[in-house]
Ligand binder design. Structure first.
Ligand code: SIN
Ligand code: FE2
Length: 217
């Protein structure tokens, strides 16, 4: 009987897969750090609370967002951009926690992008029904660095398309602790999130949280 369960839970993670050239899905890669990540998000939220933001087209995004790191992604009627200060408070964004930096570096290395040093972490909060329309991540100064995305809480369907908005996207189910890394030839592919279905996650509650780490500046 003893001997029957020799595996650490980490060993039960499904293998990392390169689902398109340069784009990797690392199932449950961050699951062991979920508690620490949630505590970090709580702390960021205390200093730079989640808020709604408006697109340049004057539409409210359905996600609420905040940032940590030297730079934070913002949108308003003037456009999309990164800036060093929270527009609500005028203060710098909370720092990027060391553990989050290490997690992003580790995931990027697994995907073949060693030496990734992010300076920005956008944190999106999806309540049931919230979504993210297909878009490219192109507000960063260089596209030579990958994007590392960490998902927590309710599952969601990630759409990962081509270099044209109209290219038919692949669908990947992202669950609690999953990490996606896309860089190189996949860096500018359109991507988005289908409306999050209602549910209750045992550790995260009735929401999905997503952190995307970028080298923006
Ligand atoms: C994003 O593209 O900024 C968010 C992706 C996600 O929520 O998984
Ligand atoms: Fe994105």
């Amino acid at each position: 009987m003893a001997g029957q369960l020799p595996l650490a839970f980490g060993d039960l993670r499904p293998p990392a897969t390169e689902f398109l050239p340069g784009a990797w899905h690392l199932p449950r890669y961050a699951a062991g750090q979920a508690k620490a990540l949630l505590a970090a998000i709580d702390l960021v939220n205390q200093h730079a609370p989640f808020r709604s933001m408006m697109t340049p087209g004057r539409r409210w995004m359905s996600v609420a967002l905040t940032n940590c790191g030297a730079l934070g992604w913002v949108t308003d009627q003037r456009g999309y951009r990164y800036q060093a200060t929270d527009p609500e408070s005028g203060r710098p964004w909370p720092p990027l926690p060391d553990g989050l930096l290490a997690l992003a570096q580790g995931a990027a290395s697994v995907a073949g992008y060693p030496g990734f040093v992010p300076d920005a972490c956008l944190i999106n909060r999806y309540l049931p029904g919230a979504k993210m329309a297909l878009h490219q991540d192109r507000d960063e100064r260089s596209y030579d660095h990958p994007i590392v995305s960490v998902s927590l809480g309710l599952p969601a369907t990630f759409l990962f398309g081509g270099l044209e908005r109209t290219d038919r996207p692949e669908r990947i189910l992202l669950e609690h602790g999953d990490v996606v890394v896309f860089g190189g030839p996949a860096r500018l592919r359109f991507h988005g999130i289908l409306p999050v279905a209602d549910g209750e996650h045992p550790e995260v509650g009735r929401q999905r949280l997503n952190l995307t780490l970028r080298k923006a500046g």
